[in-house]
Design a protein around this ligand. Structure first.
Ligand code: RUQ
Ligand code: CUA
Length: 661
């Protein structure tokens, strides 16, 4: 069989899992153990042991589950607007979704990484990638809010992201799609080989504030960068990226990007790259990209435009980028807790190659190269290889580690998790998944210190696992107890969006720092109202600013008159509560906007452009007290030329609104 027909065959096999229900493992009944309920039951009022952060895929959000119960605790809006709390709809948060393409209300969120100190999750931040419009986000884990989104220039999509170095010095991003860049962008698609390039970006994370800054990009040949992980311990100065389409195909990649026997894992010495940047060896390229930052000082976000990026060219600057051949379109690129082993998972490969960091260093020192690829040295496969896991299963995708010398690889095509030993690369156990597993997560499973008690499989196909819900079924995760020799499935739980990667850590690392409310005296929002006496309505031309307060169970003011057709009304709602778990909501009838949900001590603004004359109800959307249904009021809208004066108040006269000034 030539390599082309074997590629087609394997591609067919890969696709077959989608087409046939036959991927259903036979031993389904035996897959669940009798003590499963006991192991996953978290009694009412008791807390889960772990937080599990799971990417939302095409919903653009991050969801938070408790483990082992699988209970959904929260959806954190990140790259998509979220009417549930007004993210992307309120004036304070709209700026978070600005990009150089304008306001982008959605993205495709695949991977998450917890910030680390000395290679362990420290519970400070969670980073998220956007695969569509290339961006990375930082979520603050004391508030569970997205605090920062940085766009990536010179990039056609960002998949191999946002993995971090062991002290969160950098997070990375890589182009999934190579594209023409710079001043030559309007080119024929079939000039791919000549004109298309990829980049990987290193984003510096400020160790105190978490602030992101695009430190440098590495200019690379036009291939597809897929996944990545940083080294650790001895390999901590290196970053490893998987790449496919080294064929440089631009059409029917299914066939045309499966031609070569091996694609690459790319090894980058980021310490050396950092030194090159310090020595001004990079080229400054002008390119606009947007940086959005949210601060709790003002409870609002601002956008700024960055204009320059430093580009390092590894065909000119030597000894910091190398390619390592890796069989058949590698996807996962995972580094074991010791930092010695780098596991590449070729989607179409019938084995799993494990590379040795020590051997890679020896190969570089001894110049054991197999020529170069687009000017970048290619290390000899055998020179970098520690060994191969033979016959692991079909369609290996991702590997996590338990910290006890074992690795766990997901097998998409054969729908199973395969446990193998890092020492002798022998397969130790297999457990079926339902069905077609993508990523895996062991709490801390990509760090120096995994908490190797549970493994979660995030599956692509649900089929018959839950009650049918029409053509679209719930997405699915499965929880395994991996504390013994054999993996035991103990829970199925549906997830929202499409789960790709997840991260988990012991709950107390985060729960002890959780913010309960914001101090009203520290609220620096320019439109804050710190007490009911300060509530007011101000006209500035056709803009009406309503400084309105919310506290159980009324608004001040709750009757407003004098608004005219043609006005823009801004309701700046301050929640005066100083107590945990008492948000108030705010909505106006007919507003082309979502409601907003205002946390205690916070100010949020809803913009409303009335489209008709009449009296419009306003009300609280969150059932906050016994008299929540009474938490309401009215805004009167008069014709454009009306002389009705601005009147506002709450309970000041029985005739309704009363002028304050
Ligand atoms: S993906 S299922 Cu990380 Cu986007 Cu592998
Ligand atoms: Cu405030 Cu309901």
């Amino acid at each position: 069989m030539n390599s082309r027909s074997s590629a087609i065959l394997l591609a067919g096999l890969f696709g077959a899992a989608l087409a046939l229900p036959s991927c259903k493992p036979r031993s389904e009944a035996g897959a669940i153990t009798s003590d499963a309920a006991e192991k996953t039951y978290v009694a009412p009022g008791k807390y889960d042991e772990f937080y599990n952060f799971v990417s939302g895929g095409f919903n653009g959000q991050v969801s938070v589950y408790g483990l082992p119960s699988g209970r959904l605790l929260k959806i954190i809006p990140v790259f998509s607007v979220f009417p549930e709390n007004g993210y992307g709809y309120s004036e304070e948060t709209k700026a978070m979704l600005n990009t150089s393409n304008g306001f982008v209300p959605w993205d495709d969120q695949h991977h998450l990484e917890l910030s680390q100190t000395d290679g362990k999750p420290d519970g400070r931040w969670l980073f998220a990638n956007a695969n569509n419009t290339p961006r990375v986000a930082r979520i603050n884990l004391s508030t569970f809010k997205t605090e920062e989104i940085l766009e990536l220039p010179n990039s056609g999509g960002n998949h191999s992201s946002p993995f971090c170095t062991e002290n969160t010095e950098y997070i990375v991003a890589g182009t999934r799609f190579s594209i023409p860049m710079g001043d030559k962008q309007d080119v024929p698609i079939n000039s791919y080989k000549k004109n298309f390039h990829g980049t990987v970006s290193f984003i510096k994370v400020d160790s105190l504030s978490g602030r992101l800054q695009l430190a440098f990009q590495i200019l690379l040949p036009g291939v597809d960068f897929d996944l990545s992980h940083a080294g650790k311990g001895p390999s901590k100065d290196w970053f490893f990226f998987s790449c496919y389409n080294t064929e440089q195909a631009h059409t029917l990649l299914e066939v045309n990007a499966s031609q070569r026997d091996k694609d690459f894992i790319m090894a980058v010495n980021w310490k050396k790259a950092e030194q090159y940047v310090r020595d001004h060896k990079g080229a400054l390229r002008s390119t606009p990209y947007i940086h959005n930052v949210y601060t709790e000082k003002t409870h609002s976000a601002t956008s700024s435009t960055e204009t320059q990026v430093t580009i390092l060219d590894p065909t000119e600057l030597k000894d910091f980028v190398y390619f390592i051949p890796c069989p058949k379109s590698p996807h996962g690129c995972d580094v074991d807790p010791s930092g010695e082993y780098i596991v590449g998972s070729g989607k179409l490969a019938a084995l799993i190659p494990v590379f040795s960091y020590t051997k890679i260093q020896q190969a570089i020192a001894g110049k054991q190269f197999d020529g170069d690829y687009a000017g970048i040295p290619v290390i000899k496969y055998e020179a970098a290889l520690y060994g191969e896991v033979q016959k692991p299963g079909l369609g290996p995708l991702h590997t996590e580690f338990d910290g006890k010398g074992n690795a766990y690889t997901s097998m998409f095509v054969s729908s199973e998790v395969v446990k193998w030993s890092l020492k002798d690369l022998k397969v130790l156990d297999r457990a079926p998944t339902y069905y077609s597993v993508g990523h895996l997560c062991i709490p801390g499973g990509d760090t120096k210190s995994p908490y190797g008690k549970y493994l979660i499989a995030y599956n692509k196909i649900t089929k018959d696992r839950y009650l049918p819900t029409g053509p679209e079924l719930a997405q699915s995760a499965q929880l395994y107890d991996i504390s013994g020799d054999k993996m035991k499935m103990i829970l199925d739980f549906p997830t929202v969006g499409e789960p790709h990667y997840g991260q988990a850590l012991p709950a107390e690392i985060i729960s002890k720092n959780s913010v309960k409310y914001y101090k009203i005296e520290e609220n620096g929002n320019p439109y804050v109202t710190k007490g009911e006496k300060e509530a007011k309505v101000v006209r500035e031309g056709n803009k009406i600013h309503v400084y309105i307060t919310a506290i159980r169970s009324h608004f001040v003011p709750d009757n407003i008159e004098g608004v005219r057709l043609g006005d823009e009304v801004y309701f700046h709602v301050t929640n005066l509560e100083q107590d945990w778990d008492i948000p108030h909501g705010f909505a106006v009838k007919g507003a082309a906007n979502s409601e907003i949900l205002i946390m205690p001590g916070e100010t949020c603004t809803l913009k409303w452009i009335p489209t008709a004359i009449g009296v419009f109800p306003i009300y609280c959307t969150d059932f906050c007290s016994a008299l929540h249904q009474e938490m309401q009021g009215y805004v009167r809208v008069s014709p454009a030329g009306s002389n009705n004066p601005l009147l506002f108040g709450t309970n000041l006269a029985d005739s309704g609104a009363v002028a304050k000034k």
